[in-house]
Write a protein that binds this ligand. Sequence first.
Ligand SMILES: *Cc1c(COP(=O)(O)O)cnc(C)c1O
Length: 231
Amino acid sequence: MTINKADSQIKVTNNLMLINQKIEAALKGVNRQKGDVELIAVSKVQPVEKIEAALVNGHRLFGENRVQEAALKWPALKIKYPDAKLHLIGPLQTNKVKDAIMLFDVIETLDRLKLAEEIKKQSFKKGSDIPCYVQVNTGEEQQKAGILPAEAEEFVKHCQDTLNLNIEGLMCIPPVNEEPALHFSLLGEIAGRLNLPILSMGMSDDFETAIAFGATHVRIGSSIFGERASI
Ligand SMILES: *Cc1c(COP(=O)(O)O)cnc(C)c1O
């Protein structure tokens, strides 16, 4: 192993420890219990050595945003670490659903009816239901994926009652230049109305705020693995 590689692995180890401490402190600060938040280490565009550094440390929950990229990196890692879990946190095309449900343990980006129908169809063929979170476009941004807040309730109910999908929670990505707290609070309110227990919200820059607003899953990439090479 080159010095450089070892060095980047030590960084991942330290960063993971630091983030876990910060999560714990944020939970404590709002009187939530230790362990109430799960850390999703977002490993998109990161080299396998860094992912393995996290795995060697005992970390088991990861997020990837592209099916094709995950298909290159994860089958080998899952053989070595069979209890590793992988969440899809990026947009999913309907023609990739079949691959996605083989590779991923949770789809966090259910954002339209056609996709819901395809997940149902492919899950039925596979014989098992994959847990899904519905992505809500809390900022109502034109370019961003997600169900509009006003339509979230009807969409979730349709997925549950008509398609019989396993909807476990909601996820959001707040607009870049807005106060994230408003978006986290809105997502929490919608989930509360729908009785959904999981809230995937908060990234490297705003996870502490998300925890204050009830996040159960935070998705953190660059603060663990370092800056991503641009794609
Ligand atoms: C990349 C990504 C993250 C992680 O972002 P960081 O700022 O690197 O922590 C979280 N959620 C989604 C949906 C992402 O695409």
